[in-house]
Design a protein around this ligand. Structure first.
Ligand SMILES: *Cc1c(COP(=O)(O)O)cnc(C)c1O
Length: 426
């Protein structure tokens, strides 16, 4: 078989099975093309993408503006390393920091690297500015968090599958219940050496858990009171996914019309990834103001590819698309519609307990045990009906389409979901 020949789904799956490490369990569909809200498999079947690569493809597949920026830059200059300056990075840093209202940005590639970077900045700030004794800094994290796959990050995960037999684990983390302000206050008052609180504004991988109203702003206020950095991991929730530019934004509900983009619960350290490139390229970033970011000096941290010219060009184009096409507003409106449609339907369907989410980051809770295969089987049936989604944890199915979807397409998807669930009842 020539590597350039078209292959069948069966062959593609067999190749991965034989030659690839088995670190994922994909739905059996082999995709070969994407455009906007759609993807196509190698047999030419079209699907609505309701995962969007875990919210990396908020701007839709192969957005022409992002692709053109990438191609143009790739034909000009791809990588210099940070040993030299390049003519794109500064422009990109200015654009992103102005968009999110921070003084400075540190560029990385993947979400996990950006989380690691935030943890390092937080620790260094703790020793040099806050005055915590060396090697004593603690960072508070939440139960059922997902922040990536590195050895330090899985050290404070409580998912046994992600964690077991990868020890010894990195020390210096305190785990508390998510959406529990009392637990946060207790952790802040009973430990002297707390440097930061790392939190997802909505727990995506855990099953789209939306915290109680006021949780983030009160958590931020508690952190401020105890001189502890509030670190928001918006790798999944950021860049318009939840109906706002950032999920830590204020409650105006409308980034485009009323909100300057200044988050109400402004994090001390903001972590972005995924849709920062519209899914075209690995681009992540950590943002903070000078008093925090200035603890990082030459040699303290780095990445060969971080801040490369292609990433900078792609990142700027991807954010421009979010603004030009008012994707935050669209995600807000379509999210309201999606939950209304499903809430009207759920009482007629024994199979689904509830729908929850914000903007276009939603999930349905299947009325079965966490270890049942029902959610997986429903996703297989959705696939056969032209919509791709994946269970997060056992009995929860996340629904996160590209934000460039229109109302007609969303209603078509709702119809597919209802039809699939109805067929499933029989
Ligand atoms: C996906 C994700 C990460 C990790 O990003 P990678 O690019 O896969 O390393 C970190 N935090 C959150 C909240 C995520 O959703």
């Amino acid at each position: 078989m020539s590597v350039l020949e078209n292959i069948t789904s069966e062959d593609a799956i067999a190749l991965e099975e034989k030659y690839g490490a088995h670190n994922y369990h994909p739905l059996p569909v082999v995709l070969s093309k994407g455009d906007g809200v759609y993807v196509w498999d190698v047999e030419g079947n079209r699907y609505f993408d309701f995962l969007s690569a875990y919210s990396a493809v908020n701007q839709g597949h192969c957005h022409p503006k992002i692709v053109n920026a990438m191609v143009k830059q790739a034909q000009t200059l791809t990588l210099t390393s940070r040993a030299f300056y390049n003519d794109m990075l500064g422009k990109y840093e200015k654009y992103v920091t102005e968009t999110f209202h921070f003084d400075k940005l540190l560029p990385m590639n993947t979400g996990a690297e950006a989380v690691e970077t935030a943890l390092k900045i937080c620790r260094k700030w703790a020793y040099e500015i806050k005055g915590i004794p060396e090697n004593e800094a603690q960072i508070i994290v939440c139960e059922n968090n997902f922040h990536g796959r590195t050895t330090t990050i899985i050290s404070f995960s409580n998912d046994p599958v992600a964690r077991k037999n990868f020890g010894p684990y990195t020390a210096g983390f305190i785990k508390i219940e998510y959406d529990n302000l009392k637990a946060l206050e207790q952790a802040l008052t009973t430990n002297n050496n707390v440097a930061g609180f790392l939190v997802e504004p909505i727990q995506g991988e855990a099953g789209v858990y939306v915290p109680s109203p006021g949780y983030l702003s009160t958590a931020k206020a508690l952190c401020e009171k105890h001189n502890v950095l509030f670190i928001a991991d918006e790798v999944q929730t950021g860049i318009a996914r939840t109906g706002r530019l950032l999920a830590t934004c204020g409650n105006c509900g409308c980034v485009d019309k009323h909100c300057s983009g200044t988050p109400e619960t402004k994090p001390d350290i903001l972590i972005l990834g995924k849709a920062l490139s519209g899914g075209a390229y690995p681009v992540s970033a950590v943002l903070a103001n000078d008093t925090i970011m200035e603890v990082i000096r030459p040699g303290n941290h780095g990445s060969t590819f971080g801040g490369n010219p292609v990433a900078a060009a792609v990142g700027m184009a991807a954010l421009e698309v979010v603004k030009d096409e008012k994707l935050a507003q669209n995600a807000f409106d379509l999210g309201e519609l999606f939950r209304k449609e499903l809430n009207d339907f759920i009482p007629t369907c024994d199979l689904v307990k509830s729908v929850r989410g914000k903007g276009l980051l939603n999930a349905i809770l299947i009325n079965d045990t966490e270890t049942s295969s029902t959610a997986w089987d429903i996703c297989m049936a959705l696939k056969d009906n032209g919509l791709l989604a994946k269970p997060t944890h056992g009995n929860i199915i996340r629904f996160a389409p590209p934000l460039v979807m229109n109302k007609e397409q969303l209603l078509e998807c709702v119809a597919i979901i209802k039809k699939t669930l109805e067929e499933f009842k029989k």
